[in-house]
Design a protein around this ligand. Structure first.
Ligand SMILES: *[C@@H]1O[C@H](CO)[C@@H](O)[C@H](O)[C@H]1NC(C)=O
Ligand SMILES: *[C@@H]1O[C@H](CO)[C@@H](O)[C@H](O)[C@H]1NC(C)=O
Ligand SMILES: *[C@@H]1O[C@H](CO)[C@@H](O)[C@H](O)[C@H]1NC(C)=O
Ligand SMILES: *[C@@H]1O[C@H](CO)[C@@H](O)[C@H](O)[C@H]1NC(C)=O
Ligand SMILES: *[C@@H]1O[C@H](CO)[C@@H](O)[C@H](O)[C@H]1NC(C)=O
Length: 511
């Protein structure tokens, strides 16, 4: 689930676009293509699904930077295309330890929702991504979801790719989609100068990567960022990337990138799967790691996130970030019974670590402090990969003059991704959750429209001021703490020795 989540875009829309209607369904002319979307009379939301922003990344375009869709297509101005149904989703990049959930399959699509005229002010629960936010914003937001290449398709590295292809292609896809938004969102009534990027989990990590892209570009195609439970797995080094590439070559019977590009999709899919399985068996990656992911290439991603954030090499924009109560639980093997087994798993996740790293880690997570071996190791993994990075980026952006708000979300399932249904899909079901959900969405909408979660009220429910992360003359770091029964300001509980340790060892954790 967290693997398909991606930066999403929120846009304040002071003016509704010029839309022609057929059968109540909205038709949009993008200049190079005409799409008929879907009007939902119940919610008043217009949606367009499956819009391509780039050429299909197949054949010669595999492991290349995405090519804009406008450059080459067979669309015709006289033919209106159907955009009323979600398109297929990208080939997923699930690791061997991860049971893939049943779901839609597809590639390269962009969908956007636009509020219609009938939106009221009752919190409204809808099923499409973003619809709940669009609805509650009362016509002030457009929500765009994007897809990008995942797994080996988006994050194959190694010297052959560096020389003959594009590194971190998946991140380039995200940037290309954001540039498509810059070119076209005004036709939907959006303001391209007011884009907020948002994503959870790998999407939260993607938001962090977009901040760091090209060493922190001066004019990024967004003005604010929401990095939810940012998941920062190890950025593999050159030899580990070379090994991934070699495994893929072996599994596919190919010698070089040229051959890999010519493989039929079914062959590449099965070779990728075999690579992921073999590598897990060989111990090339551990439980909790997705194996293929963003890496340092010296240009798209210039250095490890910890270094880039220390040096101010990131886009300087306001930030909203969060982490859940028990982040690590989803990334450790529940069936392990002993600390010894778990320590072995951990040494695969932190594959660059030597003894001193583990000696200190076990000291900082003493057995006696935890009620089971599971909670002990889950705490360490969650801290290293999600919890501590959420504080590092908060401090860095705030040190460079940006307002930052951090949330500790300890409601819902309290585990990785627990926040998501409260803000995005909202099918939380019982009325107890409707109240915090409405408050969460209100903070998001206010942040996307006024760059501050406390500026405007898009809910009738009372809620506290969410304090900024750092304030001159005030000791410590502030956060918003959400539990099953409360929403209140708190100190950031993640400024502590365990996080100082992971930060000081970031060249070992490699994030
Ligand atoms: C446009 O090209 C795609 C594949 O590139 C093909 O599936 C589709 O049928 C073509 N459409 C038209 C109208 O030619
Ligand atoms: C999880 O742990 C159990 C028990 O030790 C083991 O049999 C199983 O192979 C592990 N699963 C994975 C995916 O590593
Ligand atoms: C329209 O919106 C309502 C309310 O969110 C939802 O229940 C329904 O499934 C939507 N209809 C379609 C066709 O998407
Ligand atoms: C690269 O990472 C691997 C583990 O992923 C590690 O075994 C190796 O020592 C590292 N190489 C260097 C040069 O750091
Ligand atoms: C163990 O600790 C976790 C996390 O603090 C808690 O959720 C769980 O209920 C505890 N389990 C037991 C058996 O006490």
């Amino acid at each position: 689930m967290w693997c398909t989540l991606i930066p999403l875009v929120l846009l304040p829309t002071p003016i509704l676009g010029q839309l022609s209607h057929q059968n109540n369904n909205p038709v949009i002319d993008l200049g190079y293509a005409v799409y008929e979307g879907l009007h939902n009379a119940t919610s008043g939301i217009n949606s367009w699904y499956g819009l391509r922003y780039a050429q299909a990344p197949v054949g010669e375009l595999r492991w290349q930077a995405p090519v804009d869709i406008e450059a080459k297509n067979n669309y015709s101005a006289s033919r209106t295309m159907d955009a009323s149904q979600p398109g297929p989703s990208c080939v997923q990049g699930y690791p061997a330890w991860f049971p893939p959930p049943p779901g839609r399959n597809s590639r390269y699509t962009i969908g956007s929702s636009q509020p219609g005229a009938s939106a009221g002010n009752v919190p409204f629960q809808t099923s499409g991504p973003g619809n709940a936010l669009v609805y509650q914003s009362r016509g002030n937001l457009i929500y765009v979801t994007i897809q990008y290449r995942l797994g080996a398709y988006g994050f194959l590295g190694g010297s052959d790719v560096l020389v003959n292809g594009a590194s971190n292609a998946g991140l380039l896809d995200q940037r290309a989609a954001l540039m498509w938004v810059q070119r076209h969102i005004s036709k939907f009534g959006g303001d391209p100068s007011k884009v907020t990027i948002i994503g959870g989990s790998a999407g939260g990590g993607s938001v962090v990567n977009q901040l760091m892209l090209y060493g922190g570009a001066l004019n990024p195609p967004f003005r604010a960022a929401i990095a939810e439970y940012p998941w920062m797995q190890q950025y593999r080094n050159a030899s580990a990337l070379g090994r991934q590439y070699d495994l893929l070559r072996q599994a596919s019977g190919c010698n070089d990138l040229r051959c890999l590009r010519l493989l039929p999709d079914t062959k590449l899919r099965s070779a990728t799967k075999e690579t992921i399985t073999t590598a897990y068996r060989n111990g090339d990656y551990g439980f909790g790691d997705f194996f293929f992911g963003p890496y340092v290439d010296g240009s798209v991603i210039r250095d490890l996130p910890s270094n880039e954030f220390k040096l101010g090499h990131f886009a300087k924009v306001p930030l909203l970030t969060s982490r859940e109560g028990y982040e690590g639980v989803a990334f450790v093997n529940r069936s392990r019974l002993t600390d010894e087994e778990r320590a072995r798993d951990l040494s695969r996740v932190f594959s660059n670590a030597k003894q001193a790293f583990f000696s200190r880690l076990f000291q900082l997570y003493p057995r006696a402090d935890y009620n089971s071996t599971l909670t002990r190791f889950a705490a360490a993994v969650g801290d290293a990969v999600i919890v501590c990075p959420s504080s590092t980026i908060s401090a860095a952006l705030s040190d460079y003059g940006q307002p930052v708000w951090k949330m500790i979300f300890d409601a819902g399932s309290q585990t990785h991704g627990a926040l998501q249904p409260f803000v995005e899909t909202v099918n939380v079901g019982d009325s107890n959750n409707a109240t915090p959900a409405s408050i969460m969405r209100n903070y998001y909408i206010s942040f996307a429209t006024f760059l501050n979660p406390n500026s405007v009220k898009f809910t009738s429910v009372g809620h506290p001021i969410w304090p900024v992360y750092q304030t001159p003359d005030i000791a410590g770091f502030r956060a918003l703490s959400v539990t099953h029964t409360t929403v209140e300001p708190s100190d950031d509980p993640d400024v502590r020795p365990q996080c100082d340790f992971f930060h000081s060892q970031s060249y070992v954790v490699r994030n």
